[in-house]
Design a protein around this ligand. Structure first.
Ligand code: BV8
Length: 243
């Protein structure tokens, strides 16, 4: 495989930039063994259901225990996996840039496991649950074989995964903060996302409109590629440590 070419412009920006925004998707965790989503297109990901059906607000209303079974399965898988060189490279950038904003669509917690702090989790976190009644958040243990619905230790109400499902609003303030950082950044790195889920996919567009240099890291082209200043079409775990 020929070495990924990093342009002189990007090298210079990496040397001078103060405000850097990194947006990540499932692809940054692929080399850790976390399955990506669209790799499967609209095909079924769980018991004959496409991803944006089982992970939807409608499914939560219709069959909460099925949603828990799906997230228990994924937590069981994630419990055996570790951050990869892409996660570690990004966590080191916190010391490198004056203001590094890390915005992720991932719910796997691998950025934090690699040492990244103040991660803006646009779509929540699989290791937490939230109470329907009192809205309190609770940390979740690794493995729950059963699929019945856990109850809130504060009020006894039913808990739900503390993730953003399709058709649900993002956590209050999360997107607004990310959009603000996108407007301020000089360099925006978009790593491992198919850039089709909104409003997350609008962040690079906001950064670009504000004059930032947009770099995509993805072995496959995406709807965003044509709008990028530079595309590093390779695996994040191989490219990010080179930057
Ligand atoms: C909302 C948590 C307001 C749950 C997730 C505008 C236009 C069209 C549709 C909409 C729109 N606005 C809203 C919508 C609807 C919807 C949406 O965007 N639908 C899509 C399908 C078109 N958005 C919503 O519902 C959002 N909410 O808008 O609320 C509202 C409310 C009420 C009514 C109306 C509006 C909420 C969206 C969040 C849903 N929750 N996750 C869970 O995980 O189960 S989304 C989930 O899917 C992820 O978080 C992520 O966002 C997305 C998956 O995308 P990626 O992460 O990019 O992963 P993917 O597999 O697709 O791609 C991986 C990429 O990595 C590939 O390109 C591959 O080539 C690359 N790759 C692979 N290996 C590597 C690699 N790259 C680098 N290195 C490697 N080694």
């Amino acid at each position: 495989m020929e070495q990924t070419v990093i342009s002189a412009r990007l090298r210079d920006l990496l040397a001078r930039a103060r405000n850097v925004l990194v947006l990540t998707g499932a692809g940054v965790s692929a080399e850790s063994g976390v399955p990506t989503f669209r790799g499967g297109g609209q095909s079924a990901v769980w018991k004959g259901m496409p991803f944006d059906v089982i992970s939807s607000a409608r499914m939560l209303e219709r069959d909460l225990s099925a949603v828990w079974e799906w997230f228990n399965y994924r937590r069981g898988l994630l419990a055996t996996l570790n951050p990869n060189p892409a996660h570690h490279a990004i966590s080191q950038w916190q010391q490198r840039f004056a203001n590094l904003s890390l915005v992720t669509q991932n719910i796997d917690g691998l950025h934090q496991a690699a040492g990244s702090r103040n991660v803006i989790e646009l779509h929540g976190n699989i290791w937490r649950a939230r109470c329907f009644e009192c809205n309190s958040r609770q940390e979740l243990p690794e493995l729950r074989a059963d699929c019945d619905v856990p109850v809130c230790t504060d009020c006894g109400g039913h808990l739900r995964p503390d993730v953003v499902l399709f058709g649900e609003m993002l956590p209050p303030g999360a997107f607004e903060l990310a959009a603000h950082e996108a407007e301020q950044c000089e360099l925006c790195l978009v790593v491992g996302t198919s850039a089709v889920v909104y409003p997350a996919a609008s962040l690079p567009e906001i950064a670009r409109a504000a004059g930032a240099y947009i770099v995509e890291v993805n072995p496959e082209p995406t709807p965003l590629s044509a709008a990028c200043d530079e595309v590093l079409s390779d695996k994040a775990g191989e490219v990010l440590p080179l930057l």
